[in-house]
Ligand binder design. Structure first.
Ligand code: 6PG
Length: 240
């Protein structure tokens, strides 16, 4: 399902409204709302909107559990940190209990950090499946999502829920939920905005090649829903 919005502002309002609706529905049905946040720049405005009226009051923050889809292995206050961005834009402005916010911490060896986060997730999801109620994702111009990058071995991962990735082009490690974990979610939402994303969005949605070259193609919910919230600039190459 693809929804096209006039611009990033309209897309962000829709995403904030969807986040709030999913949160309320999950809490009503299961007593809690478990979300994995995306990093990068596109979701910033969505997070800002969720941290202020009217959206802030729409979300049952007391019952929310916040995870991340990926994180760069940098100190918590590093401008590159996805958790820092989410704190500044959202989490410092809403009453989610601190013990229910679970950043990916990578201050030890990346492999150990990935294993620790996975162990926590396996304890948190007693069913044995990482059934996030909502996973937010972005899309990189090279087709990556979370930290599932083209040509990395994590794309073949079939068992682990969390993996460590070394990105030579960035000279840094990252932690990421694997496609195996993401695909167990009840709802997966891509947020894609901007002229520069039109080509990759077309390749993903209308010219699907092998996931090895376009990792976002690995994202296929096992029994949940997949939604694309895109703006007009990003959608300009799509069939009307
Ligand atoms: C990250 C993100 C990454 C991001 C895409 C798109 O940590 O970098 O999780 O997957 O979503 O790179 O980033 P933009 O939204 O900045 O275009």
């Amino acid at each position: 399902m693809i929804r096209v919005y006039a611009d990033l502002e309209a897309l962000s309002h829709a995403a904030a409204g969807l986040f709030a609706a999913e949160a309320r529905q999950a809490v009503q049905a299961r007593g809690r709302f478990v979300a994995a946040l995306a990093g990068g720049s596109t979701p910033r405005r969505t997070y800002e909107l969720l941290g202020q009226e009217p959206f802030r009051e729409m979300v049952p923050w007391q019952n929310a559990h916040i995870f991340w889809g990926d994180e760069r292995c940098v100190p918590g206050e590093d401008p590159w940190s996805n958790a820092r961005m989410a704190r500044q834009t959202l989490l410092d402005h809403v009453p989610v209990p601190p013990e229910q916010v679970h950043p990916m911490v990578c201050n030890c060896a990346p492999r150990e950090a990935a294993e620790e986060y996975e162990a926590f997730l396996r304890g948190f999801f007693a069913t044995g499946r990482p059934q996030f109620d909502l996973v937010l994702l972005g899309l990189g111009e090279n087709g990556h999502t979370a930290s599932l990058f083209p040509g990395t071995s994590v794309l073949e991962e079939q068992q682990r829920w969390v993996a460590d990735v070394y990105l030579a082009e960035e000279g840094q490690h990252r932690l990421t939920l694997t496609a195996v974990a993401i695909n167990q979610a009840t709802l997966i939402v891509f947020l894609v905005s901007g002229y520069g994303k039109a080509s990759i969005l077309w390749k993903v949605l209308e010219d699907a090649q092998d996931p090895g070259s376009i990792p976002a193609l690995l994202i296929k919910p096992a029994d949940g829903k997949l939604l694309w919230l895109v703006d007009r600039n990003a959608a300009r190459l799509l069939q009307p």
